[in-house]
Design a protein around this ligand. Structure first.
Ligand SMILES: [Zn+2]
Length: 330
């Protein structure tokens, strides 16, 4: 009996305990549900904030960039941004199919510290400005005005007649060593210039061999954004024999990096292909910090981030890629 009563008591007691526990469990579940509800609400707020931010970003995309945070600038690069630029590579494998921009007559814009063969010698206005600074400095140093700017922009038709004329005089094999096949000449871009020496008889110009005082021009060209495009030790890569008279504008920082690292333009573009915006090529030149990266043009529109406070420019490489250069004076 005792055991039964006890049992009964126990039974009653257990029943109450069960009910109490159930309430506690229910309460815990309700509290947990409430908490989960708060968390869910918070996360949906976050989602809607993200949507809002995306909307803002999309609006900013239209203007080209938006500041995402204090340290990085977001760039959204479209096809219009990548049409040409200072780093286009033009060679026998990569013909130039664009239209050169901002061509100006070198003679009309000359600072009179050098000679120009005629009014028809044209260059990109940015290149002409750099040429004035470069040759102006040479004049201040040596007092010579016998430098002749012999050739700048050439149309495909002009290159065609130069090429054909040379083939008839020297034969195909020799011509192909020196003269680019029409369509594949850097002179189509307005970014390349040929130097010569003004002859005293005022009839023909002498070949510019880059020797004597003129060696200075080969040594200082990078300070003004130019490179010797066909160096003596790179003929295997460029496919063109040494041309000390042919200078190509690529922009200041790039020119100095190319010169210091003994590269030709083909090698520099290959090098840049290893650098993304997360892993840019960085260097310093003339108290300016540079960052350079490359991406495949198939990825356009392309989003990238660069450090805030830098200026930037964008260039096609003319062989399937796009190069972004950012820079800041220190
Ligand atoms: Zn040339």
């Amino acid at each position: 009996m005792k055991r039964n009563i006890t049992g009964k008591k126990n039974g009653v007691g257990n029943g109450n305990l069960f009910k109490q526990n159930s309430f506690r469990i229910l309460a815990v579940i309700i509290i947990m549900c409430l908490m989960l509800g708060v968390v869910w609400n918070a996360s949906s707020c976050k989602d809607s904030n993200e949507e809002f931010n995306d909307e803002i970003s999309q609006q900013d995309n239209a203007s080209g960039y938006s500041v995402d945070n204090k340290d990085m600038l977001r760039l959204v690069i479209t096809a219009d941004d990548c049409k040409s630029g200072d780093l286009i590579l033009v060679n026998k494998d990569n013909p130039y199919e664009d239209t050169p921009e901002n061509l100006v007559s070198v003679l009309e814009h000359s600072n009179k510290t050098y000679t120009v063969s005629d009014y028809n010698v044209k260059l990109n206005s940015r290149v002409c400005e750099a040429l004035n600074s470069w040759l102006g400095e040479f004049y201040r140093e040596y007092g010579e005005t016998d430098l002749l700017v012999a050739s700048g922009y050439r149309s495909v038709d002009t290159q065609e007649s130069i090429y054909e004329d040379d083939v008839s005089k020297r034969g195909q094999e020799v011509t192909d060593k020196w003269i680019a096949v029409p369509g594949t000449s850097e002179h189509h871009t307005g970014l390349a210039v040929d130097m010569s020496i003004y002859n005293t008889d005022n009839k023909i110009s002498e070949e510019f061999d880059g020797e004597g005082i003129y060696k200075n021009l080969l040594e200082t060209c990078d300070e003004y954004g130019f490179i010797v495009r066909y160096p003596e030790d790179k003929t295997e890569i460029t496919g063109i024999d040494y041309e000390p008279w042919h200078f190509r504008y690529v922009g200041k920082g790039h020119a100095s990096y190319i010169l210091e690292n003994n590269l030709c333009l083909e090698e520099y573009i290959e090098l840049l292909k290893n650098h993304t915006y997360q892993n840019p090529l960085t260097f310093e030149y003339d108290s300016t910090s540079y960052g350079v990266f490359w991406f495949n043009e198939d990825e356009i529109p392309y989003t990238a981030f660069i450090p805030d406070g830098y200026q930037y420019n964008i260039s096609s490489d003319n062989c399937g890629g796009v190069i972004v250069t950012y820079f800041k004076k220190n």
